[in-house]
Design a protein around this ligand. Structure first.
Ligand SMILES: Cc1cc2nc3c(=O)[nH]c(=O)nc-3n(C[C@H](O)[C@H](O)[C@H](O)COP(=O)(O)OP(=O)(O)OC[C@H]3O[C@@H](n4cnc5c(N)ncnc54)[C@H](O)[C@@H]3O)c2cc1C
Length: 299
């Protein structure tokens, strides 16, 4: 249950950060205490059936109607949405302007009506997370006071939230990587093959050394990223995935079974290479920062 639990703890943090930084006084007073007391469960609705990494292409939209917005569209893969009371929804407010300037962020309470959850996916890992495949907003009336920040600020808010999110999530994946390394190290001392401990083979012991190095590097990178939160893009998600799969390899056949935790961590770590920004997109963003730091234009 560790990953769903970590997610159930971290998503409220991300939503609360958004409200704390961009929300109105009324929004903060109404929601922050109950989010922190876990009286209200929140979810972030960004991804859609046709849109993932390129979030500025979302098609969920709102139309102004007096003091309200009428929201229609479909969201997908929203963590915890199966149990959420409140959704933080990213939706188009002004269809005719530049994609990064046409998105707003809305607080949408589940009991507003006209919100229909579709089937739930059964995912490879993160069991218990209640990732619903689609959430359909079918003409949901959202009052103007539920807009967070300005009508055109949604994309900037999302980028800011993702920076925070990646540092928080990085902390969550280094722990399981350490656990898997420890299991693999112990196993390499206990298991015998060809009349010796398997750690006597460099193919095994060098892996243990390399993985320990990767974890330490990822850990330091995360600390650095947390300190320069506005510019960070750490690559620790790949580290966790690499460590868990290599640990499974060291355990051999038994690693492929559920006797050791390595199998479960391996499935769960896989989700981190997608969930908070797919690995390829992380590389895209990192290389852009490298060029920018050298005074060149990013692509
Ligand atoms: C466990 C989990 C939890 C999640 N939680 C949430 C949540 O709470 N809220 C939410 O809104 N969403 C959530 N998501 C969705 C997640 O954010 C998306 O899956 C992710 O952003 C990738 O989008 P996509 O799946 O549509 O893939 P796509 O963006 O369609 O990518 C498909 C493939 O194309 C590649 N690709 C795309 N663009 C580029 C590029 N420019 N360069 C190189 N390769 C590229 C990708 O690397 C990938 O291999 C979650 C997903 C998972 C797995």
């Amino acid at each position: 249950m560790a990953y769903p639990l970590a997610c159930a703890r971290s998503v409220p943090h991300h939503v609360a950060y958004c409200l704390w930084k961009y929300g109105s006084r009324e929004q903060k007073e109404k929601l922050l205490p109950s989010i922190f007391k876990a009286e209200v469960i929140v979810s972030e609705c960004i991804s859609e059936p046709e849109v993932g990494s390129d979030a500025d292409r979302i098609s969920t939209r709102t139309v102004r109607d007096g003091d309200s917005y009428i929201m229609s569209g479909e969201k997908r893969f929203t963590a915890s949405v199966g149990v959420a009371d409140v959704f933080l929804v990213f939706a188009i407010t002004s269809p005719d302007v530049h994609p990064t300037r046409r998105i707003g962020v809305f607080i949408v309470e589940k009991d507003r009506g006209n919100i229909h959850p579709a089937e739930e996916f059964s995912a490879l890992g993160w069991k218990g997370l209640r990732i619903v495949s689609e959430l359909v907003f079918n003409g949901v009336r959202v009052p103007r006071e539920n807009l967070v920040g300005q009508e055109d600020q949604g994309f900037d808010i999302l980028m800011d939230m993702l920076d925070q999110e990646r540092v928080v999530v990085a902390g969550g994946v280094i722990g399981p990587a350490r656990i898997c390394l420890e299991i693999a190290r112990r196993y390499s001392e206990e298991r015998m093959a060809f009349h010796r401990q398997i750690r006597a083979f460099e193919g095994v012991s060098f892996k243990i050394g390399d993985l320990a190095l990767m974890i330490e590097a990822a850990s330091l990178l995360r600390i650095k990223a947390a300190r320069m939160i506005d510019r960070d893009l750490p690559a620790v998600k790949e580290t966790a995935f690499k460590v868990t799969t290599e640990a499974m390899q060291i355990l051999g056949g038994i690693g492929y079974t559920d006797k050791y935790l390595v199998e479960r961590h391996s499935r769960d770590a896989c989700g981190f290479t997608i969930g908070v920004g797919i690995s390829e997109i992380m590389r895209l963003v990192i290389q852009r920062e490298v060029y920018k730091e050298a005074g060149l234009s990013g692509q």
